[in-house]
Structures are given as structure tokens and as C-alpha cells.
Write a protein that binds this ligand. Sequence first.
Ligand SMILES: [Zn+2]
Length: 199
Amino acid sequence: MAVHAQVIIALARSKTVHRLLGVLLAFVVAAIATVVLPLIAIPLLASQGASESGAGRPTVVGEWGYPLAGDYFKSRGFGWDPEACSYCGSDHKGYDMGQECGVTVYAAGPGRVVRAGAWGGYGNAVQIDHGAGVTTLYAHMMWDSLLVQAGQNVAAGTPLGAEGTTGTSTGCHVHFEVRVDDVAVDAQPFMASRGLPLK
Ligand SMILES: [Zn+2]
């Protein structure tokens, strides 16, 4: 016992041991800095990035804006488009645009929600009445993703739900349909005339 105590005292007084402990401490700090901090920081940065893109708002010009925030792909335009979709019907009534499953779909203009929910081939859809006979329709959104109800007033950029592939759809996209007096019209000139050209 006495020998052990002496050894411990000697070790505690030893400069070599102090130096070794210092090196060990520095190593532990360096290990924390290189291994643990990135583990904390990377998910933090990643979640910040996600919330930033999620909080991104679509371009709005005056009272109207795009149904999606940022860049998107076009899959089908209005009418007969055999190149984009040879197996589809010849009278495509909307403009198909997308980013990826789950991104937010926004109201394109001010008005009142007249439909929100399951709607046949449109899947989970929202329709907005903008007055003067103009309505817009956003189809194929994910089930249980709708953020508006019938009767609710919205403005351009109001989040409606999440891009999905419900109803007659083969992949995540938004079927954006503009109607005038309940007759579908080409969304491209409609939006272009509001300073919002589509692809
Ligand atoms: Zn479509």
C-alpha cells in the first residue's frame, strides 16, 4: 500500500506525466473538434438549408405569382403534346410543372378556395376562384397535405399543399389548370400576360 501511494505521488509530481496528460487532453479536445462538432454542425446546417428552401417564396409580380418557388421542370403543356406524353389524351387541360415530391405548392393569385380535397383524376386538388370567371386548379397534391379549406381567402404565394402524384398521375408534379368561365385555357399565355412566363 505504502509503495503504491508513493508511486502515485511520484507520478502526480512527475513533469513527464503532466506533459503526457496535457498531450492526452489536447488529443481529446482535437478529437471532439474533428469528430463530434461536425456531427452536430452538419445536421444543423442541413436543417437550416432545408428550412431556408422550405421558407422560399415563389416569385410574385403584382397580385400573381408562380405555383412553385424557384426553378421547376415542365413535363406537359396545354393541349396535344405527343412528344411530352405520347400515351396521354390529346386534350391536356393544364400545365404540368414540378420540382420533387413534397415541395410546397402555392396559390397563383388572390381569390377564394372553392374546392380542396379528393377530386377524381385530379387526386388531391385545390381550386381557387379569382373572380371575373377565372379559376386556377392545382392537382395531384399529396394526401393529407392540404393547408387550405374551401371558403378560405388566399393570395399569390399562400401555401396550398405538397406536390404529389395522387389521381391520374405517373410521377410527382403539379397539374396547374386555368379556367375562364369553367373552360380550360392555356396557362402559358395567361401567366405570361401577368409578367410570369412559364417554360
Ligand atoms: Zn397535367
